[in-house]
Design a protein around this ligand. Structure first.
Ligand SMILES: [Zn+2]
Length: 96
C-alpha cells in the first residue's frame, strides 16, 4: 500500500483503494468558451476549486477584491455560483 498523491485528481490517499471524484466542468466569461474540467466531490466543491484556480491565475488574486460568477456542470445539469476568497490571518508575537 502506498499513500501518495493521485496523478489524475491531485488528492492524497491510499492509491490501491483511491477512487477519483467525478469530473465537473466550469465555464467563466473571462476564459475560453470551452468548459474546463475539474475533479470534485460536489457542485460547490467544484466551484471552490474553480475559485482557487481563478484567484491564483497569473498571481493576481482578483477574488480578494471582488466576487465572480461561474457556471458549474456535471455534464448534465448546470448550476451558477458566485465565488469569492478571504485570506487567512496568522497572528504572531515576539517579546521585545
Ligand atoms: Zn484520484
Amino acid at each position: 500500500m502506498s499513500y501518495d498523491r493521485c496523478e489524475t485528481c491531485g488528492e492524497f490517499g491510499w492509491l490501491d483503494t483511491h477512487k477519483c471524484p467525478p469530473i465537473f466542468y466550469f465555464k467563466h466569461e473571462d476564459w475560453d468558451l470551452e468548459p474546463r474540467e475539474v475533479r470534485a466531490h460536489s457542485f460547490s466543491d467544484a466551484a471552490e476549486k474553480f475559485a482557487r484556480i481563478y484567484n491564483e491565475d497569473d498571481g493576481d488574486y482578483v477574488l480578494m477584491d471582488e466576487d465572480t460568477e461561474v457556471i458549474i456542470s456535471d455534464g448534465n445539469i448546470e448550476k451558477k455560483y458566485i465565488v469569492s476568497a478571504e485570506p487567512d490571518i496568522y497572528y504572531s508575537s515576539r517579546e521585545v
